[in-house]
Each structure stands twice: as structure tokens, then as C-alpha cells.
Write a protein that binds this ligand. Structure first.
Ligand SMILES: [Zn+2]
Length: 244
């Protein structure tokens, strides 16, 4: 494995198996996040026999109200995976009623992960960074990866002090605010992601192979060779998996 895409919605491509094969051929490991518990098992089938694909069970905050009744399923699936995502909060595109439901759902998921102890979570926090960071708190027994973080520097630093990792993508590195945030992240806490197929690269839906763009952009930003970024990020991912 030469690259890691820690946040990709592989089940939402037209031909997921083809995307997975291409990624494997290029040495791209993938965390296949899911948006609702009912798609988790199908995603596991897609990934079966692929050692560098980790399937995460999730409930996207924008779907939390619709699928709140599936939280028990998500918690049950924690018996078969340590990977959880996409979960979190989103206050940007939803109303305040939904925010309450999102917080209830996220709190239940966090509690279950905390009980299990060694989970790795890919967390969405758009517009809700303060609540996400405070709900994780200081003693969470698991590893939180804040995906596409776009909030205030203060919450970023609090999250980092509490042990959070960050998965960054090409869009972040192409924006002024994104690079400002990345500059505050400790290199030992940085992971890479595409958020495909939602995010765009060159106006096209991002694919796992595009992780190479992120690595190159990060190399430019850190003023190091691409290989240094590659090995740093893969080492960071290895240490996430080694945490207990
Ligand atoms: Zn996503």
C-alpha cells in the first residue's frame, strides 16, 4: 500500500468493483465509508478479498433523521468492524429540529464506540465543529478522524490536543482557508482522503486514484518530496490501526 484514501464512498460509483481494482493496482488503500447502516453489508461484499479496503459502518448526519431507527443496526455491526463513518453533525444544510436528532444519533454512536474501545471514526463536522469536538471530549476511547475539517482554528487545536487526526483532500489544499488549517495540523496527525464521488478533482467526480493529487499538493505545501508525504501518511494510518 503506497497511498491511503481514508474517506471514499466507494458504493456510490457506477462500477465500484472497477474502482476498487484500479485503486488496488495503484497501491491505494481505501476506507470505504457508508452513509446508512442498510448499505453496510453490501459494501462488505464489494470489499471482500481485498486486504487494503476497510469498510466503515456509518450514518451520515444529513440522513440521521431519516434513518435514526437504524442506529441499533449500526451498533450491532460494530461487532464486525472497528471502522465507523461517515458519522457526525452538519449544521450548514439542515434545520434546528434536525440538529437535535443528529446530536441524539451521534451521541448514541459515540457511546457505543466508546464502550467498544478501539474504533476508528471518520467524522463530518461542517458548521458544527464546536459540538463535534465537545461531544468527543477529552477521554474518548477510540480514534477520531475529522474529515474535510473547515471550522475555526481554536476547535482544530482542541481536537488535536484531544488526539484527533485529520483527513485532508485536494479541495482543502486549493483553498486559502483550507491551507491555513492544514498548516496548524501536526504532520503526525495528517491523513489523506478523496471524499469521492462527492468531491471534485478537475471538475470531475473524485476517484480513489486522485489521492495522488492530494499527496502532490501536500508535498508542495510542506515543501518536501511526494515520497515523504506518502510514507508519512501511510505511517500515520498504520499507527491509527495500531492504537487500541
Ligand atoms: Zn463523505
Amino acid at each position: 500500500m503506497r497511498y491511503i484514501d481514508t474517506h471514499c464512498h466507494i458504493d456510490l460509483y457506477d462500477d465500484p468493483a472497477e474502482e476498487l481494482s484500479r485503486a488496488a493496482a495503484a497501491g491505494v488503500g481505501i476506507v470505504a465509508v457508508t452513509n446508512a447502516p442498510f448499505v453496510y453489508e453490501a459494501c462488505c461484499k464489494l470489499a471482500s478479498g481485498r486486504p487494503d479496503v476497510w469498510v466503515a459502518v456509518g450514518l451520515h448526519p444529513e440522513l440521521a433523521a431519516k434513518y435514526a431507527h437504524q442506529v441499533d443496526d449500526l451498533i450491532r455491526f460494530l461487532e464486525t468492524t472497528r471502522l465507523v463513518g461517515e458519522v457526525g453533525l452538519d449544521y450548514r444544510v439542515t434545520d434546528s429540529d434536525t440538529h437535535n436528532t443528529q446530536r441524539d444519533v451521534f451521541a448514541r454512536i459515540l457511546r457505543a464506540c466508546d464502550n467498544k474501545g478501539n474504533t476508528v471514526l471518520s467524522i463530518h463536522s461542517r458548521g458544527a465543529e464546536a459540538d463535534v469536538v465537545s461531544m468527543l471530549g477529552t477521554g474518548f476511547r477510540g480514534t477520531a478522524i475529522l474529515h474535510w475539517y473547515s471550522g475555526a482554528i481554536g476547535h482544530l487545536e482542541a481536537a488535536q490536543n484531544n488526539g484527533c487526526y485529520f483527513s485532508i483532500n485536494a479541495s482543502m489544499l486549493a483553498s486559502k482557508n483550507g491551507t491555513k488549517l492544514v498548516s496548524r495540523m501536526d504532520r503526525s496527525r495528517v491523513l489523506t482522503e478523496t471524499d469521492g464521488p462527492f468531491a471534485k478533482v478537475d471538475k470531475k467526480r473524485a476517484r480513489p486514484l486522485d489521492i495522488q493529487h492530494t499527496v502532490e499538493a501536500l508535498a508542495k505545501f510542506w515543501k518536501v518530496e511526494s515520497e515523504v508525504v506518502q510514507s508519512t501518511v501511510v505511517a500515520n494510518w498504520t499507527s491509527v490501526l495500531a492504537l487500541d
